[in-house]
Design a protein. Sequence first.
Length: 84
Amino acid sequence: MTTIDHSAAPPMPSLCGRWIAPGLPPAPLGLNAPAMLAASPLWYARTPGVAATGPYNAHFAADIGIALTAATVGLLAAVEVADA
């Protein structure tokens, strides 16, 4: 029967290596999505370049806000699964 020597296991990564660094890519999505959902006309008027894409469409802004929320949740879940 073989035994595993756990004393040679690599050290656990720091909090920065486990959560902060991998959590940075979804952070802009996670901050933008609630703004799109809660105040989409204001978001549309104040976000640079958005007004140049065409007239405001509340349904479209809400759809994108929901999609960004789902993407953020999925990316954060992937960070958690990779950490396990």
